[in-house]
Design a protein around this ligand. Structure first.
Ligand code: C5P
Length: 221
């Protein structure tokens, strides 16, 4: 397990963050949330009034913000130009804009370089959409985590303190819209990487999913 890299990809809201943080904590590994980096880039674009649907404008600005990720699974941090944006990057505005921003190749190449720098030191659980396929195909363990859209929406709405039917329906629509853009984009689309183990979390508790992933890491790494 000396330099193990665990790559966890999957659809929006499938439980990647909770799973990865718990797995990293149990195994004494670091944790990297690449979605938070795409969100931080998006937050910065919105804060600078850049039209997120203008790919050329987004591409031209992509090199400017300084994005830094902390990798402690018990308290991961994300800063842009030195400001902690952990809360701001979870807003509805960022939810709606992050997938368009993430289709821009200049955004991806900038963030993939940051990710490879952090992963290079090893001993890390990394979550995203393209980790096992593009960012770190040599990962010792690759997981593809999914769940039914209604289960994902109910969990996500609950996390955000809202469990009324209207809010759950809006959350499901937002998750599905992101999945569609993430799966259909030309560069690094969401896909199950070669050699990945598919885990469906719809009818499993968080602990059950964590046990499965920890088992795979112990077997493989
Ligand atoms: O993981 P999370 O849902 O926070 O990711 C937010 C968005 O960031 C995704 O919907 C996707 O558009 C983008 N993303 C990506 N590649 C990654 C991680 C996230 O394109 N490796």
């Amino acid at each position: 397990m000396s330099s193990v890299v665990v790559a966890v990809d999957g659809t929006s809201g499938s439980g990647k963050s909770s799973t990865c943080r718990a797995v990293a904590d149990r195994l004494g590994l670091r944790y990297l949330d690449t979605g938070a980096q795409y969100r931080a880039m998006t937050w910065w674009m919105l804060a600078h009034d850049i039209d997120v649907h203008d790919a050329a404008g987004v591409a031209a600005a992509a090199a400017t913000p300084v994005i830094e990720s902390g990798t402690d699974p018990l308290g991961p941090t994300i800063t842009v130009d030195g400001t902690d944006v952990s809360v701001e990057i979870r807003s509805d505005a960022v939810n709606a804009a992050v997938s368009p921003v993430s289709t821009v190749p200049e955004v991806r190449s900038r963030l993939v370089a940051l990710q490879r720098e952090l992963i290079g030191a090893g001993r890390i659980v990394v979550e995203g959409r393209d980790i096992g396929s593009v960012v770190w195909p040599e990962a010792a363990v690759k997981i593809y985590l999914t769940a039914d859209p209604s289960a994902r929406a109910a969990r996500r709405a609950l996390e955000n303190g809202a469990d009324d039917a209207e809010r759950i329906a809006a959350t499901e629509a937002s998750l599905l819209a992101r999945d569609e853009i993430d799966s259909g984009r030309a560069v690094a689309p969401l896909t199950m990487a070669d050699g990945a183990a598919h885990i469906d979390s719809t009818h499993r508790t968080l602990d059950e999913v964590v046990d499965l992933v920890v088992g795979l890491v112990m077997e493989t790494a």
